[in-house]
Ligand binder design. Sequence first.
Ligand code: TXA
Ligand code: MG
Length: 337
Amino acid sequence: MKTELLISSRASLEKAREYILSDNVVAFHTETVYGLGANAFSDRAVQKIFALKGRPADNPLIAHVHRDFDISSLVDKVPQYAAVLKNAFLPGPLTMVFPSTGKVSRYVSCGLNTLAIRVPSSQTAQEFLKKVDLPIAAPSANRSKHVSPVTAQHVYRDFTDEIPLILDGGACEGGIESTVLDCTGAVPQILREGLVTCEMIASVVGSCKVYKSKPNERPKSPGMAYKHYAPSCKTAYFTIDELESALKIYSEEAERGGVPYLIAERKIADEFSQKGLNVFDFGLTGEEMAQNLYALLRQAETVSTLLICVEPTLRGGVMAGVMNRLTRAFGIGEKTE
Ligand code: TXA
Ligand code: MG
C-alpha cells in the first residue's frame, strides 16, 4: 500500500473514517506526539497496532476520544478530583487511568482492569476523533523503542507504505508524550511525567504523587519498563561537571572520521558553537527542551555518527518529563529491560 500524507479536510477525514471502520490503522497529529490509531472496540484493529510497532504484548494503549465523547460506558468509579482535573486540563496533554468497564477490546489494556483515556487538544486530532466518533486506541506512531515522532515525516520514515494514511497537522508543539495519571486511588498518582506537571495537578486538586517503581516490581505503567526513545546513532551522556570528557570523546570521534554532535542547553550550546563544534541547541526553557528533544534526536540520526549529551542543569516543572525521556534515550537511569 502507498502511505498518503494529508492535512485535515472533509475528504481526508472521510478517508480516515473509512479506514478506521474497516479495521485499518491511521496515524494522526496530536499536540504531544503523533499517534498510530485504530478502533478501540476491534480486536483485529488493535492487534494491527502491536504488529506494526513491534510492541510488547504487555504494554497497554491509551484510548483517545473527542471532547464531547461520553466516557461513562468505558470507565467507572470516576473520582471527584477527576472532574476537576478534566475541567482544568482537558482537552490537553493529560491521560487519566480509571477502572475499565471492559467494553473496549481486551488488547487495549493488555489484561489490566483499567483503561487510560486521553482527550487531545490538537485540532487535527479533534476533527479526526469527531469524524469517527469512536474511542481510538493509539500509541506514539514510532516503531517500538525508536524516538517518538513529532512530524508527519517522522511517522512516514518508520511506517513507509505500511499504513494507508497520516493526518498531517504539522509539528507537535508539546514534543513529549502526555502525562499519565492513575485516577483509581484517593490521591492522583503520576505514572509518566509530561507537560501537565505534579505541581499543576496539586494546585487544582490539593495533592498529587509521582509513582516510582521499585526494583523487581512490575511497574504500574508497563511502558515505563522498556528502554525507549533511542536514536539509531551511537550516544554518550555526560553531566556538566564532565565537560572535559565530553569534549575528549568528541575529538576522538572526529579523528576517527566520524561526525560527532553535542546536544546541550542554550548557554553551553552557544559556547561550543563559537568554538566551531557541531552542536544542537536543546533550548533555554523546559518547554523548549520538551519541544526540541525528539526532533533533535531524529535529526541526529540523519547527520551524526555519535550524539553526545551534556545534561541540562535546569530542573522543576516540565523538566521532570524531559529528564525522564532524555535519560532513557541515552540508556541512563531506568534501564530495567
Ligand atoms: O501523548 C501521548 O500520550 C501519545 C499520543 C499519541 O497521545 N501516546 C502515547 O502512547 O504516548 P504510548 O503507547 O506510546 O504510551 C502510553 C503509556 C505507556 O507507558 C503505557 O504503559 C501507559 O501509557 N498506559 C496505557 N494504558 C495504561 C493503563 N491502563 N494503566 C497504566 N498505564 C497505562
Ligand atoms: Mg510511545
